[in-house]
Design a protein around this ligand. Structure first.
Ligand code: BES
Ligand code: MN
Ligand code: ZN
Length: 465
């Protein structure tokens, strides 16, 4: 699938994007037959409402897209895209001047509306109407974002049988090849000799060997390290999940998938950074040699961890990856993980909570997310809860009993492994769109990557290429 705008030289029809307040004025500008048509059709410019406009010969001469009002737009991100698939198949150009953020939302949403997960479906899908890159928009940037988001979704949507640690490695290998990045993979028993014991402990029960993927790219500029939870399937381990909770656990590599997408955007944009992507890729499986509740594991950093629940595996694999990342004290470490159910209870599926001690980074992230309609929300690293992750017979507890403040205690656990790095942010994402919505079909979903792509240049003081 390609996510590109129609070529500038293609024939195209005008697309009007009209909000409720502007409907009347706009109608008056139309030639009489079209005005009568718009009225007869009862077009009210509701968000996502579409109508083709006939020319004198009866063929489509353009189309109008309802933009609703501010309230409707606030309720439905990408809402204007609801009906685009139903427009006459043609290329369109934007005939209405929109504020930059609405324009880019519309353009990106249009590209993303073409996303389908097609790996297991034979047969052709209907071609969609195409859009030319709107004037003033950065077409290459939007196309690259859409391509990266589609990659993220494909990785999440692929069932665990076909997306194990090997397959995740293959995906990162392909990305590294495409952008001439370096990749080092530490597999299986090498994890022990390489001092990544928690990644090994969590992944060792699976016949599909655990590994750490370590990709680096770029040779100058600030160091930016992206860490993503790559649990290819989470059974819960010996503390097995009930069926209802296990059903969606193919998406437990959503953090990795999102970071892979973000890394792709950064490399495609040619940022002057030294980028590092770290993905612990494991399957949290059940077997006689699985790690057990009550085991005490010694992490790469030397901190010991009492395993009170084998289902709190994400923070274990991330702990070693974060410790490794922190050893070179990069300018920023960003962690992404489908880490806790508690984050979902607190925020629901759409809002991605993040934890960050750096007020500047946090503010720029919130603003960036709002600007590109990729909402993220700051949550606190609440120091007084540190005591909750200290069990007594080890340095740390991976699953404090009671589970209160579960997203916060998980974040505090991760923060213990980041000491030398000034800027650290951790996103506890859902990675999943529960039901079909414009530009977001039910299934895997990247969260936070676009917010980061928008925010990071100013945080890292990059002059964007
Ligand atoms: N992958 C899950 C978290 C998860 C569950 C994310 C459902 C999204 C949807 C994670 O590994 C997990 O099982 N966390 C436990 C931690 C608990 C045992 C401390 C949880 O949140 O219940
Ligand atoms: Mn788990
Ligand atoms: Zn998990």
């Amino acid at each position: 699938m390609t996510f590109t705008f129609a070529a500038p030289e293609d024939d195209s029809l005008p697309l009007h994007v009209i909000d409720s307040a502007g409907l009347k004025t706009w109608r008056e500008t139309l030639p009489e037959p079209q005005r009568a048509w718009v009225e007869a059709a009862g077009f009210r410019a509701k968000l996502g409402e579409t109508l083709a406009l006939p020319g004198p010969d009866g063929r489509p001469a353009g189309a109008v897209l309802g933009h609703g009002d501010g309230k409707a737009r606030a309720r439905a991100r990408f809402g204007a895209l609801k009906g685009v698939a139903g427009l006459p198949e043609a290329a369109y150009h934007l005939a209405t001047v929109l504020p930059e953020e609405d324009r880019d939302e519309l353009a990106l949403g249009w590209l993303l509306s073409a996303y389908r997960f097609e790996r297991y479906r034979v047969g052709s899908t209907r071609a969609l109407p195409r859009l030319k890159a709107p004037e003033g928009a950065d077409a290459a940037r939007l196309e690259s974002i859409a391509t990266a988001e589609a990659l993220t979704r494909d990785l999440i949507n692929t069932p665990a049988a076909d997306m194990g640690p090997d397959d995740l490695e293959a995906a990162v290998t392909a990305l590294a090849r495409e952008f001439d990045a370096d990749l080092i993979v530490t597999r299986d028993d090498e994890l022990l000799t390489g001092n990544l014991p928690l990644i090994h402990a969590v992944g060792r029960a699976s016949p599909r060997a655990p590994r750490l993927l370590d990709m680096t790219w770029g040779s100058e500029g600030p160091r930016l390290t992206l860490v993503g939870k790559g649990v290819c399937f989470d059974t819960g381990g010996l503390n097995i999940k009930p069926g209802s909770s296990m059903g969606l656990m193919k998406k437990d590599m959503g953090g990795a998938a999102t970071q892979i997408g973000l890394a792709r955007m950064i490399m495609a944009a040619g940022w002057k950074v030294r980028l590092r992507l770290l993905i612990p890729a494991v399957e949290n499986a059940i077997d006689g040699n699985a790690f057990r509740p009550g085991d005490i594991l010694t992490s790469r950093k030397g901190l010991t961890v009492e395993v009170n629940n084998t289902d709190a595996e994400g923070r274990l694999v991330l702990a070693d990856a974060l410790a490794l990342a922190d050893e070179e004290a990069p300018d920023a470490i960003i962690c992404m993980a489908t880490l806790t159910g508690a984050a979902r209870v607190a925020m629901g599926p759409e809002l991605a909570p993040f934890f960050c001690d750096d007020d500047t980074l946090a503010a720029v992230l919130s603003q960036g997310g709002q600007k590109v309609r990729d909402p993220v929300w700051r949550m606190p690293f609440w120091d007084p809860y540190e005591a909750m992750i200290e069990p007594g017979i080890a340095d740390l507890d991976n699953a404090p009993s009671g589970g209160q403040g579960g997203a916060i205690t998980a974040a505090l656990f991760l923060r213990r492994f980041v000491e030398a790095t000034e800027r650290f942010a951790h996103f506890d994402i859902y990675g999943w769109q529960p039901k079909d919505a414009p530009a977001r079909p039910r299934g895997g979903l990247g969260q936070g990557a676009r917010a980061l792509f928008e925010a990071l240049p100013s945080v890292l003081a990059l002059d964007e290429a």
